[in-house]
Design a protein around this ligand. Sequence first.
Ligand SMILES: Cc1cc2nc3c(=O)[nH]c(=O)nc-3n(C[C@H](O)[C@H](O)[C@H](O)COP(=O)(O)OP(=O)(O)OC[C@H]3O[C@@H](n4cnc5c(N)ncnc54)[C@H](O)[C@@H]3O)c2cc1C
Ligand code: FES
Length: 282
Amino acid sequence: MTVKEKNTPQAGSIFQPTIGKIVAAKMLTAKEKYFRVVLEGGKPLGQKPGQFVEISVFGAGEAPISICSSPTQEDSFEMCVRNVGSVTNLMHQMEAGATLGMRGPYGNGFDMEAMKGHDVLFVAGGLGLAPARGVIKYVLDKRRDYGDVTILYGARNPSELLFKEDLSEWEARPDCAFHITVDRPDDAWKGNKGVITTLFRHVKVDPSKTYAVIIGPPVMYKYAILEALSMGIPESRILCSLERRMKCGVGKCGHCQIGNVYVCKEGPVFSYAQIKRLREGI
Ligand SMILES: Cc1cc2nc3c(=O)[nH]c(=O)nc-3n(C[C@H](O)[C@H](O)[C@H](O)COP(=O)(O)OP(=O)(O)OC[C@H]3O[C@@H](n4cnc5c(N)ncnc54)[C@H](O)[C@@H]3O)c2cc1C
Ligand code: FES
């Protein structure tokens, strides 16, 4: 392998970020901004659904960000970034035409082969829709490979709903069931009101052939896991993506460590059976 080949995004050079050009950017909510990025030379990112990238804003630092597009979209990749601090704030100032650095893709991602032939129940809360979207889009693009698809999505209020165009598309699709809720509705809201677990009463699954994919803040996935367990879905088929503080993304710095597990390398996707062993106390 030549040095040049080693530095392709698929090889994941940890010392030299690949340059990416933002080709589309727009605010999705007051706090979250969407980006579509094309890599130098038009290379595909080659990610698995559920993986993340380390994005660098030169001179400021790096931040791990989930890839929210499907690998079936090869010409570019997408991200949804919440403005919380130094790197994400500078990203929010970027528009189409700007360049950034990218390392990765990193993390294990979801085992889409193992999920083939099974029904999939997606449960996404808040910004958890960003990583979930890449997996949902993959499954919908490969629709014949999977059984029944159910999508549950919850946000705190209607103004925080992400990817509204996708939500309308999923709602209209005859080949998937889509349910949405907000904790605090406004006057115009006609849908379900309450936390995401209130949506489970609309859902019937065959636990013998269902995977649950649960992504959201800890307070949400804790209760969503309990719902999935009460449906009879086995612990090994309840999959969560854990968000820990990360720096290097490649198992070198220890920032993401739980016991002897590096979440950036062995995760961020874990089954509930594995999470229990991590003794994170969720
Ligand atoms: C695997 C993974 C995937 C992620 N995917 C996304 C995504 O798709 N979109 C997105 O907007 N964010 C995502 N995050 C969170 C994102 O990495 C942090 O918000 C970002 O690193 C903050 O960097 P900053 O320099 O802007 O903030 P800083 O200036 O470093 O910190 C600002 C505030 O954010 C807190 N913070 C810093 N890092 C993290 C972190 N890793 N998790 C939680 N809080 C943090 C700090 O305590 C502080 O309160 C992901 C994190 C991980 C580990
Ligand atoms: S982020 Fe450095 S070891 Fe995981």
